[in-house]
Design a binder for this molecule. Structure first.
Ligand SMILES: Nc1nc2c(ncn2[C@@H]2O[C@H](COP(=O)(O)OP(=O)(O)OP(=O)(O)O)[C@@H](O)[C@H]2O)c(=O)[nH]1
Length: 525
């Protein structure tokens, strides 16, 4: 094979391109990528570096290399001859520079020193040996800018010096130096196969432009363009963020009973004898018990109309009380069916001031005359035992006749519609059910004592049907709502406790780890 064939072919421009730069910046890999189409695995790239020079006689001995040297750039047929060099500053590269058409000057974007040497050593050496040869600056190993450096360093250990995040040069640094030297700038990654064609096509352009000046008669060089700008590198897409649902106790809530035990977003707290406390959720209690519905609605309406409460002089706040009508009953609103117990809530203390006789200055509302079993109610800032967040809750103090254990059983029933037939103290449970007018629970206890517990399944079913309807109603009227979803085209009021129970994601969102847990507005995008 005649190796100098290209030199003899008419209109084929043979270009000698010398590649220089510090040790280990990636010169040899860059040359191999162009000359032999060598692709590298991450493992090969990370293997310990051994200084090498790609042998120029490859063009003589390897047909493929010779073929790959041929190219057409801006309609000019070329044969690109790449010359590798040692990076060692003290080596004599005179021979390599001789008769070169273009110099590709490399540094590594992960080695700031290699860029410093471009100015302090390489530019001068090139100026000295081939002052008229065009030069192109190349930032190699571009992929390291986006790499997981910890993993790279771990793989390169123990011989290689670790690459620090602060070593990684932004493209501006390379561009700045190139601008100072008045030469074009490109970046490459052999690993990502990026920029290799850019570097050599534009090196060829630079060489051909310079040749056109000297050999102006060569008309086929007419259309050669100046080196072009490089299209930006599109960094590899980062993996989608891993959203982990916190695995603390709150995310294990999967039924209403659990919510009573882990009372996230509780908005009511019962205080029983011995100061024992139970946190609970209005929406759960109000949708399964008319008594609680009345109680919380009464409080709710009052907080909505504080002015009305103090300004209407001598007229007892009948309107207010009327709005607390039981959910179950169809009582009309003309006051005729107003429960006498309710009336005690609002009594003029004197002729001038309207104050509920049962509501003192600190906002305590006495409930003993409203219903058996209750003592008083007020608002207080409390720390939620699950999320540890402070929020305002309604504190309901129960009468001393209401005991902790049986009361909790009643509350559990109001959450789940179920009663464990082995429950102790069923008589106490029945008593409290009676006081709170939870008649289905009262019936369940009776079934158990009559050894007819199997009938309770039907009661549970009916309980859920009724509850579902009441929840729908509360949703449509936003009653007891504690969160607002802001959407593009409006907003929806909802209930955190219900959402927590029906959706793991909601449980996580309101469970304390996300900002939404503390807010009562959720923005959706
Ligand atoms: N991540 C990454 N590593 C590269 C890239 N190019 C080269 N390397 C690695 O950098 C080291 C140096 O590469 P070489 O091409 O041998 O460097 P050189 O400039 O020829 O070095 P000398 O022979 O000492 O002059 C090797 O370990 C390569 O695997 C690249 O694009 N990305």
């Amino acid at each position: 094979m005649d190796t100098d064939m290209d030199y003899e072919r008419p209109n084929v421009e043979t270009i000698k391109c010398v590649v220089v730069g510090d040790n280990a910046v990636g010169k040899t890999r860059l040359i191999c990528a162009r000359a032999c189409n060598t692709t590298l695995t991450q493992y090969q790239l990370l293997a310990t570096h051994v200084p090498t020079v790609w042998a120029i006689d490859q063009y003589r001995v390897c047909q493929e290399v010779l073929e790959r040297s041929r190219d057409v750039v801006d309609e000019v047929s070329v044969s690109l001859r790449l010359w590798d060099t040692f990076g060692d500053h003290h080596k004599d590269r005179r021979f390599a520079y001789g008769r070169s058409d273009v110099v590709v000057l490399c540094f590594s974007i992960a080695n700031p020193n290699s860029l410093n040497h471009v100015k302090t050593m390489w530019a001068q050496e090139i100026k000295h040996f081939c002052p008229r040869t065009p030069v192109i600056l190349v930032g190699c190993q571009l992929d390291l800018r986006y790499a997981d450096l910890e993993a790279v360093n771990r793989a390169r250990r123990p011989l290689a010096r670790p690459i620090k995040r602060g070593d990684i040069l932004p493209p501006e640094k390379g561009r700045e130096v190139a601008k100072e030297l008045g030469i074009p700038y490109y970046e490459t990654s052999v690993f990502d196969q990026f920029g290799i064609k850019d570097v050599f096509d534009n090196a060829i352009r630079a060489a051909l432009i310079s040749r056109r000046h000297l050999q102006f008669w060569k008309s086929h060089l007419k259309r050669v363009q100046r080196p072009l700008l490089q299209a930006p590198f599109l960094p590899p897409k980062s993996p989608p963020p891993v959203i982990k649902i916190p695995d603390s106790s709150e995310s294990t809530i999967n039924d209403a009973g659990d919510l009573l035990d882990n009372p996230l977003c509780a908005d009511v707290m019962f205080v029983l004898q011995d100061q024992k406390q139970i946190f609970a959720h209005k929406i759960y209690l109000a949708t399964s018990s008319s008594k609680f519905y009345d109680l919380f609605l009464m409080e709710h309406e009052e907080s909505q109309n504080p002015v009305e409460r103090f300004c209407k002089k001598d007229k007892p706040t009948k309107d207010l009380l009327l709005r607390t009508l039981s959910l179950d009953t169809d009582e009309d609103t003309d006051g005729a069916s107003l429960k006498p117990a309710n009336a005690c809530l609002r009594i003029s203390k004197s002729d001038d001031t309207l104050l509920t006789s049962d509501c003192d200055e600190e906002g305590f509302v006495a409930l003993s005359s409203w219903s058996k079993g209750f003592h008083s109610m007020h608002q207080e800032l409390m720390v939620n035992p699950v999320s540890n967040r402070t929020c305002s809750v309604t504190v309901v103090r129960m009468d001393s006749s209401v005991q902790y254990g049986p009361f909790k059983t009643v509350l559990r029933f109001l959450y789940t519609g179920q009663l464990d037939e082995n429950e102790k103290g069923l008589m106490r449970v029945a008593q409290i059910a009676e006081i709170l007018e939870v008649f289905d629970l009262r019936m369940m206890v009776e079934n158990i004592t009559n050894k007819e517990a199997f009938m309770n399944q039907e009661i549970t079913k009916a309980f859920h049907v009724r509850k579902a309807n009441r929840i729908k109603e509360c949703l449509s009227k936003s009653t007891f709502s504690d969160v607002t979803f802001k959407l593009d085209d409006g907003s929806i009021n909802a209930h955190k406790p219900l959402l927590i129970c029906s959706c793991e994601w909601m449980a996580a969102m309101f469970g304390g780890s996300f900002v939404e847990s503390a807010n009562n507005e959720v923005y959706t995008y």
